[in-house]
Design a protein around this ligand. Structure first.
Ligand code: ADP
Ligand code: MG
Length: 273
């Protein structure tokens, strides 16, 4: 299968105040392959403070790794740069002094469209993301869910091939988590050329939504000194757990969930049961 993205031996540390360094990522390797004509959602699952956002920033070209590199397919394979991967940050920062409509029109124009084309495209996305009634509202007037939808639409309207979302389920009650799962699943179905990467510590949601779940952490969740890396991958397609609703009650689903909870990440707070 065709390779889309290759995280190649990425390491990252931060200097601490006492002159020591905090090793956050150690030789992180991941190859993401294209799944033709299918919605593609993969997740990077790990405990809080485990280096997920650090890796996200490196993937998006916002920070440089100490060593290693991220290679992306763009015709040929080349090193990632800012703009290759759209990021939906936590808490969904938007242009607060612009209307919802303009929050989409401006990014579309930056993508090279004329004002008229950008507006037409923005209206299409308002429709798709059920934001038509909010077109003239300002971000401050939106609910969390509406903000999230604007933030996702902002990335798609710029024709980002890859969209990575940082903790899209955090701070939500189960009902709203389910709404976000439905939204992302539906969006991925509508945009099968896109690859969505979910960064989360929510085991259940990651398992429900993804075709592949990649565990970022340390072996058996130890507190050893080195940084995190991918300790395990679950291929939910091969497991027969992808692309179907109501997988939560299947025995294999529960088995994997327990394995993640008790073997891989015993210190991880399970957001939902
Ligand atoms: P996660 O997103 O998995 O919760 P982060 O990647 O945000 O984890 O953080 C991993 C570790 O790196 C944490 O201990 C955090 O305090 C530290 N860290 C993250 N960014 C910086 C930074 N810019 N400077 C210093 N330490 C950082
Ligand atoms: Mg984080």
């Amino acid at each position: 299968m065709e390779e889309l993205l290759n995280i190649d031996n990425v390491s990252k540390s931060f200097p601490l105040n006492d002159g020591k360094t905090l090793q956050v990522l150690s030789d992180v390797n991941l190859r993401i392959l294209n799944i033709p004509e299918k919605p593609q959602i993969l997740s990077i699952l790990g405990p809080s403070g485990g280096g997920k956002t650090t890796l996200l920033r490196i993937l998006a070209g916002l920070d440089k790794p100490d060593s290693g590199r991220v290679i992306i397919k763009d015709g040929s394979m080349r090193e990632v740069k800012i703009g290759d991967i759209g990021v939906v940050f936590q808490r969904y920062p938007l242009f607060d002094d612009q209307t919802v409509l303009n929050n989409l029109v401006e990014p579309a124009k930056n993508g090279g469209l004329s004002a008229q084309e950008a507006k037409a495209k923005a209206l299409k996305y308002l429709e798709e993301f059920e934001l038509v009634r909010q077109a003239d509202s300002y971000p401050m007037q939106l609910s969390g869910g509406q903000r999230q939808r604007v933030a996702i639409a902002q990335q798609l309207i710029q024709e980002r091939r890859y969209v990575i979302l940082d903790e899209p389920f955090s701070g939500l009650d189960p009902n709203n988590i389910q709404k976000v799962i439905n939204l992302l699943t539906h969006t991925a179905e509508q945009h099968t050329d896109n690859t969505f990467i979910i960064v989360t510590h929510d085991v259940t949601s990651a398992m429900i939504i993804s075709d592949h779940v990649h565990l970022l952490g340390k072996p058996n969740d130890t507190e050893e000194k080195g940084g995190a890396y991918f300790v395990k991958e679950y291929d939910m397609i091969a497991e027969g757990l992808a692309y179907q609703p109501d997988i939560e009650d299947l025995p294999r689903f529960l088995e994997i969930k327990k394995e993640i909870k008790y073997v891989h990440f015993p210190r991880l707070v399970i957001a939902r049961n």
